[in-house]
Design a protein around this ligand. Structure first.
Ligand code: SF4
Length: 191
């Protein structure tokens, strides 16, 4: 009866405090609360490609100090003139990108010739990276070319980016690159 009433569009429902719903014909059932019912919504941009689709990130946690926020859903933003609420298959998987237990969140180092990666702290990694970059630059920086023209370039060091680099990351990488004079440079932003 409920199915035929729904098909005819004549069912009215009332919902009790316990979440039980009753139709006008007396049939009852439980209404499942949407997973985004009590989320905080944050607007952002999909980082995967230069289309720049807008997304809405749903987070549970209410910003209370004793609650760790959890991303429960990411969807296309219908207000965006670029994607109008849609996402491609890659963008649809954004939540897994954020929440995957396989996401690398620590510094891993594979020493020259080693077959395995070892964990390293940021306090160890940052000075090491700075030292190696400085040494490479001291070895490879060219102020003048063979004809005596000023070039200020570095070709023994390269910068590469990945598809999840944001515009801000790419902006900073660009500044870093020009500051050092690095020529080999590749990422999806083509700066
Ligand atoms: S949802 Fe797809 S098309 Fe849109 S920015 Fe992300 S990767 Fe590009």
């Amino acid at each position: 009866m409920l199915r035929s009433a729904l098909a005819a569009g004549v069912v009215e429902t009332t919902t009790s405090a316990s979440g039980k719903a009753a139709t006008s014909s007396g049939e009852t059932g439980t209404i499942k609360e949407l997973k985004i019912a009590r989320t905080t919504q944050t607007h952002s941009i999909c980082p995967y490609c230069a289309v720049g689709c807008s997304v809405t990130i749903h987070t549970i946690g209410d910003k209370a100090h004793n609650v760790k926020p959890a991303v429960v859903h990411i969807e296309g933003d219908p207000a965006s003139p670029i994607n109008r609420g849609t996402l491609c298959p890659k963008g649809v998987g954004l939540k897994e990108f954020v929440t995957s237990d396989q996401r690398v969140t620590r510094v891993l180092h594979r020493a020259p010739g080693a077959a395995t990666w070892k964990e390293m702290t940021w306090d160890e990694a940052v000075p090491r990276m700075a030292r190696l970059i400085k040494d490479s630059r001291d070895r490879g920086f060219e102020e003048k070319d063979a004809q005596g023209r000023t070039v200020n370039r570095l070709s023994n060091t390269a910068l590469i980016g990945g598809c999840t680099d944001t515009n801000e990351v790419n902006f900073l990488l660009g500044r870093f690159r020009f500051g050092l004079g690095i020529l080999p440079y590749e990422n999806q932003a083509r700066l």
